[in-house]
Ligand binder design. Structure first.
Ligand SMILES: [Mg+2]
Length: 134
């Protein structure tokens, strides 16, 4: 079941996961030296997510301490780190044979069903998530 709020299918077009994987194999690592093991990408993803968190920590700290924006990391730096996260996420999904677009759409449909049923924030086992919402 889906609601009218959420598109069930995407129009054909660019598949970002495919673009990233093709780049990785054809341009960046044509001999597939390091990157066949999903553990490499899981750990890389955690590292890049840490860099995103660190950007926010520095930005938050600098504002809290009244420092000027010129000392804080730039939005361009965050943009770059988010790009790293996307690359690692796409390659981790690929290493497990998961279509990230389909996985994401399935999750959005699941969330949409919960909202339509008035069960926002309820996990698969029927328990409230860490936010405590039901
Ligand atoms: Mg990075």
């Amino acid at each position: 079941m889906s609601s009218d709020r959420f598109p069930v299918e995407l129009a054909p077009g660019i598949n970002l996961q495919r673009v990233i994987v093709d780049f990785q194999w054809q341009v960046y690592d044509p001999e597939r030296r390091l990157t066949l093991d999903p553990n490499f990408w899981a750990l890389s993803l955690a590292g890049e997510a840490g860099e995103v968190a660190n950007w926010h920590k520095k930005h938050w700290r600098d504002r809290a301490e009244g420092r000027g924006e010129e000392f804080s990391p730039s939005l361009d730096e965050l943009r770059s780190e988010l790009g790293d996260v996307m690359i690692c996420l796409a390659l981790l999904a690929e290493a497990h044979g998961i279509d990230l677009t389909e996985a994401t759409l399935d999750k959005l449909r699941e969330i949409d069903r919960r909202i339509a049923q008035g069960r926002q924030g309820v996990g698969r086992k029927g328990t409230a998530n860490s936010s405590g919402r039901r």
